[in-house]
Write a protein that binds this ligand. Structure first.
Ligand code: EPU
Length: 416
């Protein structure tokens, strides 16, 4: 079924275990193309974006064994020097990591340009700037990115990113690990998944330092070897359950998290009168009285993540007072607010700013999941609202959340 039906208005209570990080997995899997040997990857989220990347790797000749729902064995040693299927590549934004991976592995890449998305243009000029800095010639032709290393291979270079870009930082890292010499990325992104990709590559023999700071150094090595790696927990999935507990009330223990990665979400929830208790690898989120207003501005990590903006804005629809949201990464990531308005929310959007006047309750309505995080926000709205909400286009949600319905049902939600 392509939709979720939610009977809202119940508090959530119980325990939920967070899956592996989507935005780490979608970089690590293409990066595995660089490895000579078999790698075992644990805590891989079983989501449709991951299944699609595995299909692309499979079509290129990779050997993939699923040892359990979240553990894979992957061997790309005998992968053919072939292009990834255009039709598959165009279905997933993160396929841009195949540019860095093919360039590093084969010395050239030709990858269909991933299209825009439901929250505006998604340029890749900074990825290209990085590939050029390590010696590649890059061309955009007929909807493809074509990159080629010089005859004597890629060489280390220095790139200062004009904007802090998660994708460019990871893609340049992937392209540079097998280059001759040292590559330096300045003004690098610092998200937890950047560190996770660097740790994965390092476990396979790469020499990377500084990941998690704004200067990353990659000393090229001749080859990468197989090994084992476990992907970090998903910061945004954890935050989504935290925001849901805030919006619906109740008490939810969110397990398998790294509380440090959640600090700015935790801080905002506390400002909203939610009680958050941190443990070593879990957070307990409790909300009894009414939520209170706060202001949020999304920024690159360690700032407040844009991928939590729709979920928190949804919770703030039910807070006492007026909240102001400023979107600092994707200026037009507010399309979902039209759906919330139909559920009774009072939101006014002007460019990158949304002004939310809290209301006492939301009412169920048919709504659409315009994109992944907007979809998560619709589920939260439906769970918190009175009456029945039908969320359509849930394939957008299943791109990035593993067994979301089952996890909410285990917390007492009435949905299917
Ligand atoms: N930008 C450029 N040029 C570039 C690259 C980015 O101008 O070459 C700009 C973008 O337009 C944007 C800003 O830089 O304004 C940041 O973009 P970034 O490159 O960091 O985003 P991304 O790598 O395309 C990843 C996540 C997104 C998440 C952003 C920001 C993946 C596959 N996607 O996208 O995740 O919103 O970082 O944290 O990792 C999601 O999971 O729902 C999602 C959209």
């Amino acid at each position: 079924m392509n939709k979720y039906i939610i009977q809202g208005g119940h508090p959530l209570s119980g325990v939920v275990t967070v899956s592996g990080a989507k935005n780490a997995a979608v970089a690590i899997l293409p990066a595995a193309l660089l490895i000579n040997g078999t790698c075992r990857i644990e805590n891989v989220p079983d989501i449709s974006d991951v299944r699609l990347l595995l299909e692309i790797l499979d079509s290129m000749g990779a050997k993939i064994r699923r040892l359990s729902p979240n553990t894979l064995e992957l061997c790309c040693t005998n992968v053919r020097d072939s292009e990834a299927s255009d039709a598959l590549v165009r279905r997933i934004r993160a396929s841009y990591y195949f540019i860095g991976a093919q360039l590093g592995r084969f010395g050239h890449a030709r990858v269909a340009l991933p299209g825009g998305c439901n929250f505006g243009a998604r340029p890749i000029d900074q990825h290209i700037k990085g590939f050029e800095a390590i010696g590649a010639a890059v061309d955009l032709k007929d909807g493809f990115v074509c990159a080629a290393a010089p005859a004597d291979g890629l060489t280390g270079g220095r790139v200062n990113l004009d904007v802090v870009s998660v994708g460019a930082t990871m893609n340049i890292m992937i392209g540079a690990v097998l280059a001759n010499g040292t590559t330096v990325i300045e003004n690098a992104a610092k998200e937890p998944h950047i560190v996770d990709l660097a740790n994965f590559l390092s476990a396979m023999g790469a020499k990377i330092s500084g990941a998690g700071t704004d200067v990353i150094k990659i000393r090229g090595v001749r080859s990468l070897h197989g090994g084992s790696y476990s992907i970090i927990p998903d910061q945004i999935e954890a935050g989504t359950f935290m925001a849901a507990a805030a919006a619906c009330g109740g008490s939810v223990l969110v397990k398998n998290v790294i509380p440090r990665h959640l600090e700015c979400i935790t801080a905002k929830l506390r400002e909203m009168s939610v009680e958050v208790t941190e443990f070593d690898d879990a957070v307990l989120v409790r909300r009894e009285g009414r939520l209170t207003k706060t202001n949020i501005k999304t920024l690159p990590y360690p700032g407040f993540p844009t991928d939590m903006q729709p979920q928190m804005t949804t919770a703030l629809c039910l807070a006492e007072g007026t909240s102001i949201i400023t979107e600092g990464i994707w200026g037009s990531r507010y399309r979902y607010t039209e759906e919330l308005s139909r559920m009774g929310a009072n939101i006014h959007v002007d460019g990158a700013i949304a002004v939310v006047e809290g209301v006492k309750e939301l009412n169920g309505a048919p709504v659409r999941a315009h994109d992944l995080r907007a979809g998560a926000a619709m589920v939260i709205a439906g769970l918190a609202a009175k009456g029945v909400t039908e969320v359509e286009q849930v394939q957008n949600i299943e791109r990035g959340y593993e067994t979301l319905v089952e996890k909410f049902v285990a917390l007492g939600a009435d949905m299917y």
